[in-house]
Design a protein around this ligand. Sequence first.
Ligand code: HEC
Length: 136
Amino acid sequence: MTRMLSRAVLFAGLVLAGGSAVLADPPPMMMPPYIVRPEAPAGDRLKPSGDGKTLFEVHCGYCHLVGGMGTNLLTKQRMMMGETPDKGLLANRTDLTADYVKSVVRMGKGAMPAQTKVDVTEAELEAVSKYLGKAG
Ligand code: HEC
C-alpha cells in the first residue's frame, strides 16, 4: 500500500514538474498574417488620401490575408476553376475591376457580409478598389 502511495506521489511530482516546464517555456507564437495586420492610418478617414494596399490590409485583411476565411473560401473556388492556390488572395488577382470590387464590398457576396460606410468609408473604398482592380 505504501508502495502504491509513493508511486502516486512520484507520478504527481512528475506531472507537476512537467507542467511547470511547459509554463516556463511556452512555444513561440506564430501569428498568421490575417491576425497581424497593419494599424489603421491616422487622419481623416473621409479624405481621399490613403494607400490602397494598407487600407485593404487594415479593413479587409482579417478575411482576405493569408489564413483568413475569405482567402480560404476563394482559394477553393479558384482552384475549382483550374487556377493556382495563390489566386485565393485578392491581392494576386488580375481579373478584378474596381467597379466589381466596390459592388461586392457594398452588396456582399455569398459568405461575405456587405461592408458599411463605417467599416470602409467611400474614400477608403476608392483607394482599395483601385489597388485591387488590376483589370481596370
Ligand atoms: C468577414 C469577412 C470578410 C471581409 C471583412 C471582407 N470580405 Fe471579401 N469576401 C469574403 C468571403 C468569404 C468571400 C467569398 C464569398 C463567396 O463566394 O461566398 C469574399 C469575396 C470577395 C470578393 C469577390 C471575389 C470573387 O472572386 O468574386 C471581393 C472582390 C472581395 N471579397 C473584396 C473585399 C474587400 C475589398 C473587402 C474590404 C473592404 C472585403 N472583401 C472584406 C469575406 C470577407
